[in-house]
Design a protein around this ligand. Sequence first.
Ligand code: CP
Length: 303
Amino acid sequence: MYPKNLISITDFSKDDYLKIMKLAAEFEKEPNQDLLKGKVVASLFFEPSTRTRLSFETAVTRLGGKIIGFTDSSSSSVTKGETLHDTIRMVSNYADMIVMRHPLEGSARYASQISGVPVINAGDGANQHPTQTLLDMYSITKTQGSLDNINIFLVGDLKYGRTVHSLLQALSVFENPIFNFVAPPELAMPTEYKRFLDRKGIRYFEHTEFNDIISEADIIYMTRVQKERFNDPIEYEKVKNIYILKNSMLENTKPTMKILHPLPRVNEIHSDVDSNPKAYYFTQALNGMYTREAIISHIMGLK
Ligand code: CP
């Protein structure tokens, strides 16, 4: 049995994660495979995106399928008052799979309950971004050789940053992870995720600074402060540049350490880091295309 949807990273088992890692490696070797020939994928982006949308659309194209959809809900009948319910009912009549990004937490799960075809969550508000997590896991596997025994620093907006929520849950099924959360109190990792780790007996540490403690890191995962989720612009201004990773800070880090970022970045990684071999975020984004080919193939039962 293949999983029908990917809404939360916890919809996939450890076996699913490992299968995706294996498939992504196969697609990296041979990206063009006509497995989706004759199939249509709907790409519904109610929120802006560069990487997720374009890498999904490229993945579908490289698999021989066709893409329909919109990049901005203002060009859809949502502007006339059509509900998400009716939009999904219509689109699931036209397409064989739906990839959806939406600002509301829970919207992707709701869409999956209405849709007659598989739904992939491409980000729902501050909740989950499971396909980002799978490409993050593929990037960790490629650079560290394993998903076991990873000491990871999650830095920045751990409250609204949906990618860190999914990543924490996924890494928790592997051996001996250590999480270091670096955030100001107002952007701290939500309690529900810390309780989740407590229940599993997984170690985590909370910090407000990270300059002097990153020598043990296998992965430094930087995140953008999510301006669009703040109700009060003054609160955003207070924290927007709270952490800026600079090249000079990397001297005593492990030679194998890699810096990940889901991107887009604003100021949180200085451009002087880009030429450091430890900077991996642009390759990470490329890995997204292979990983999304793997996710589509897995859900559609093509491999
Ligand atoms: N990482 C990510 O989701 O980027 P986009 O918002 O550009 O899709």
